[in-house]
Design a protein around this ligand. Structure first.
Ligand code: HBI
Ligand code: FE
Length: 286
């Protein structure tokens, strides 16, 4: 959660800044190309086909860091979304307000070679390669706007943490069931080489059926691979549950119920794989 209330110097009241695309160095464009080549080579039979289609429709598969003006032109024609640059994480309400108005906020900085496999804050590769291609899919584009609208309501009800969990286990780290098997769609996974392998192939994590109420009670880890991934049946189903659920009474119900730990299995869970949690044990002790 980001709580500062004032935008930093140089940012507009809605925290947007210019991408200043002309200022990227050759090394920064090369960093993007390295990351793009690695992910686009390993994703095709792991990620939902709609993701690869989005890379194509939005011409993100051209060399170099995408120019947000050109990207937004194509995205606007596809689903009415645009991409705007921000200095970094923005306060929750600002974030939700942008999503509710079909504006995806993206960092404009790119990681350095020593950060190729992990960085704390989302950079332009995480935000644009990870999040933007699916915004060209009409159903997912509707879901992201509904999420933003839900977030503004949650902010009024003091329930942002519930929405943050929904975002985390779908938009960031979601899996989806397809006839040919489980597939990736979460941006945090598809922008990471290691986690794109781990989330589908590793015996360590649980893979559990998406259940909105249970998921809103489930904690998440921000500094490591997930110990549980949640599997949706379709983007249509995810959108329907988000639009149809009256969240106010749901938050009241959840208030009295304990959280689930990141590695818990609930007796109501649909279990695709019960993980060994070996990776978690292998990690350095907390
Ligand atoms: N700001 N730039 C940016 N990107 C995010 O993904 C983001 C954010 N602010 C808040 C936030 N995400 C989450 O805490 C929300 O899901 C609540
Ligand atoms: Fe993200």
């Amino acid at each position: 959660m980001v709580e500062e209330l004032e935008p930093p110097a140089g940012a507009a009241a809605d925290w947007t800044i210019s991408q200043a695309w002309g200022r990227y160095s050759a090394a920064e464009h090369a960093m993007w190309d390295t990351l793009f080549a690695r992910q686009s080579a390993m994703l095709p039979d792991r990620v939902v086909p709609e993701f690869m289609a989005g890379l194509d429709i939005l011409r993100i598969n051209r060399p170099g860091i995408p120019n947000f003006e050109e990207l937004s032109d194509r995205l606007m024609r596809a689903t009415g979304w645009q991409v705007v640059a921000v200095p970094g994480l923005v306060p929750d309400r600002v974030f939700f307000e942008h999503l509710a108005n079909r504006r995806f906020v993206a960092g404009r900085f790119i990681r350095t070679p020593d950060q190729i496999d992990y960085l704390q804050e989302p950079d332009i590769f995480h935000d644009v390669f990870g999040h933007v291609p699916l915004l060209a899919n009409p159903v997912f584009a509707d879901y992201m706007q509904a999420y933003g609208q839900g977030g503004l309501r949650a902010a009024d009800l003091g329930a942002i943490e519930r929405l943050a969990r929904l975002y985390w286990y779908t938009v960031e780290f979601g899996l989806i069931r397809r006839p040919e098997g489980l597939r990736l769609y979460g941006a945090g996974i598809v922008s990471s080489y290691g986690e794109s392998v781990f989330a589908l192939d590793d015996p360590s994590p649980h893979r559990l059926g998406f259940d909105l109420r249970r998921l809103m009670r489930t904690r998440y880890r921000i500094d490591d691979y997930q110990q549980s991934y949640f599997v949706i049946d379709s983007f249509e189903d995810l959108l329907r549950q988000t639009v149809e659920t009256d969240f106010a009474p749901l938050y009241a119900q959840l208030a009295g119920q304990p959280d689930f730990a990141t590695d818990a299995i609930a007796d109501t869970d649909i279990i695709y794989t019960q993980g060994t949690q070996a990776y978690a044990r292998a990690r350095a002790p907390e």
